[in-house]
Design a binder for this molecule. Structure first.
Ligand SMILES: Nc1nc2c([nH]c(=O)n2[C@@H]2O[C@H](COP(=O)(O)OP(=O)(O)OP(=O)(O)O)[C@@H](O)[C@H]2O)c(=O)[nH]1
Length: 132
């Protein structure tokens, strides 16, 4: 099975909330809430891919030095294996906005259970809860 490398981030605001994005209609796993990020393209590092995705998806700028590795997801979906490093970022420029029409929400870690997430993300929740 193909392993797909996806880079994702917990963006944390001053109140300690993190940003979730809802997968748009028509995409696989539509309606689920996920961490901003996306596939690492050939020639990219996970950090560079994430900085690009944040610019494209949310219209914000951040920097390598502001991305701290926290943990990762490793999960087999029926059609691919997902390997997803999760970074934490508390510093960026601009206001995250739904450039691609996605719904965004700032969520307290204790409320994450109210937002259905992809299966791969579920083991990340207690790690975030302990860490934040
Ligand atoms: N960004 C992100 N992707 C996740 C998370 N959890 C998870 O299973 N994924 C999966 O990782 C892949 C992310 O790739 P992507 O965002 O570039 O791909 P996509 O399916 O939206 O569309 P695309 O192939 O048209 O670019 C998707 O299969 C997505 O479902 C998460 O928390 N954040």
């Amino acid at each position: 099975m193909k392993t797909v490398l996806v880079s994702a981030v917990a963006l944390i605001d001053r109140d300690g909330r993190l940003l979730l994005a809802q997968r748009p209609k028509g995409k696989p796993m539509e309606g689920l809430w996920e961490f901003p990020g996306g596939k690492v393209e050939s020639g990219e590092t996970p950090e560079i891919a994430l900085i690009r995705e944040l610019r494209e998806e949310l219209g914000i700028e951040t920097w390598r030095s502001c991305l701290a590795p926290l943990t990762f997801a490793s999960h087999s979906y029926p059609d691919f294996h997902l390997l997803m490093p999760l970074f934490v970022c508390r510093k960026w420029e601009g206001t995250p906005s739904p450039v691609e029409g996605q719904v965004l929400k700032w969520v307290h870690v204790r409320d994450l259970k109210n937002f259905p997430m992809p299966e791969a993300d579920l083991p990340l929740i207690p790690i975030l809860r302990d860490w934040l």
